[in-house]
Design a protein around this ligand. Structure first.
Ligand SMILES: Nc1ncnc2c1ncn2[C@@H]1O[C@H](COP(=O)(O)O)[C@@H](OP(=O)(O)O)[C@H]1O
Ligand SMILES: [Mg+2]
Ligand SMILES: [Mg+2]
Ligand SMILES: [Mg+2]
Length: 354
């Protein structure tokens, strides 16, 4: 199915950017050494791969859509100080290797890539910091999560390169690159690596890691008892015990599937799980828009629904976070109301214990 939608060009550019970023992050994983990882203020890890991939994607977006603001996860402040010098040099090298790699079919030098697209250190830091937009309800803006699931990336498990275009608080384009995800879960011999992409109103598709051979995605129908829950590997990111109780309440039989990153949204769209449950573990944690925007449009276009635990749509127009949304629940259209009912029953039980 060719995408002839209003945002077909944006999708094409983002798939090209994510393809380059996946090659970059995979090569970083092969070579990652100890002093190439930092711990951020919130205690979460960030690697040279996160910074370099954000610089790469931000550069491509800025060259192609110079007036569009960017909401990116990372900022370069730790790289501008003396102690960040080694990491900075490595990031500049990695970003330039990715930017100047040969053009693939469909690529365009006007996007700021290809031999000759070399950038200075200052330009790379500036590209990272261009992701500092505060978000909000109006106009176009991009989100970049250069490596979603950094903890999974460091374990050699799942992670995802995630980019979205939000227009007036609605996600219009979402692209998720998953270098470590099986191409075909029913045939591991086909190897790993896929890019998932959706444009609102134009469907959800899986591509090869080269960005070719699209296959339409649609969430298979299941009865609620036949659901398989997808959840984070990290118990600090979403409550495993809450999900265990929802399983009991709904009479779900299958064991949960634990997976890092927005690969969970992609897996849901391929029928590898029936619902993605993400209930908070810490009071006051606000989910980040870049952790959910691409996944939201992918699931909706594959025939699903994404809401918070109250059944309200995620609000991508209140800033860099999802603000007052509480938890995230994604599932096929037919089972989503039943999953929300189960979630709310468990929430009521928890409240009655306080
Ligand atoms: N206490 C917390 N609760 C929920 N999400 C959290 C969290 N701390 C970090 N995260 C987010 O969880 C994301 C990973 O999700 P998952 O557990 O599904 O792999 C992280 O993305 P990054 O890895 O891009 O920083 C981070 O934004
Ligand atoms: Mg992070
Ligand atoms: Mg993330
Ligand atoms: Mg990240």
């Amino acid at each position: 199915m060719a995408n002839t939608s209003k945002y077909a060009f944006e999708e094409k550019v983002v798939i090209a950017a994510v393809r380059r970023a996946c090659a970059l992050t995979s090569s970083v994983f092969e070579k990652l050494i100890k002093n190439e990882t930092l711990v951020k203020g919130d205690k979460s890890p960030v690697t040279v791969g996160d910074f370099a991939a954000q610089a790469l994607i931000s550069t491509i977006l800025h060259n192609t859509f110079p007036n569009d603001p960017i909401v990116g996860e990372e900022d370069a402040s730790d790289l501008r100080i003396e102690s960040g010098k080694l990491m900075r040099e490595r990031i500049v090298e990695l970003a330039n290797d990715a930017l100047t790699a040969p053009l693939a079919a469909g690529d365009n030098v006007a996007w700021g890539i290809g031999p000759g697209a070399h950038r200075t250190s200052d330009e790379i830091l500036e590209a990272i910091d261009r992701g500092n937009h505060p978000g909000g309800p109006n106009g176009r803006m991009w989100t970049i999560d250069p490596i979603d699931g950094t903890k999974g990336f460091l374990r050699g498990e799942q992670y995802a390169v995630c980019v979205s275009l939000i227009v007036d608080a609605t996600v219009q384009v979402g692209v998720i690159g998953c270098p470590n995800l099986l191409v075909d879960p029913s045939d591991p011999s086909k190897g790993t690596g896929a890019i998932f992409s959706a444009v609102r109103g134009a469907g959800a598709r899986q591509f090869t890691l080269e960005g070719t051979d699209p296959v339409s995605l649609s969430i298979p129908k299941t009865e609620v008892e036949g659901l398989k829950f997808l959840e984070s590997v990290e118990a600090a990111h979403s409550s495993h015990s809450f999900n265990d109780r929802v399983t009991e309440v709904l009479g779900v039989q299958a064991a949960h599937v634990r997976m890092d990153s927005q690969a969970k949204y992609a897996a849901l769209c391929r029928g590898e799980g029936g619902a993605y449950l993400r209930m908070p573990t810490v009071v006051g944690y606000k989910e980040k828009i870049w952790d959910h925007a691409p996944g939201e449009v992918l699931v909706v276009e594959a025939g699903g629904i994404v809401t918070d635990s109250r059944g309200e749509l995620l609000n991508f127009g209140v800033g860099r976070t999802l603000g007052e949304n509480f938890g995230v629940i994604a599932a096929g259209r037919d089972v989503h109301p039943k999953v929300i009912a189960g979630v709310q029953q468990v929430q009521a039980e928890e409240k009655s214990k306080i």
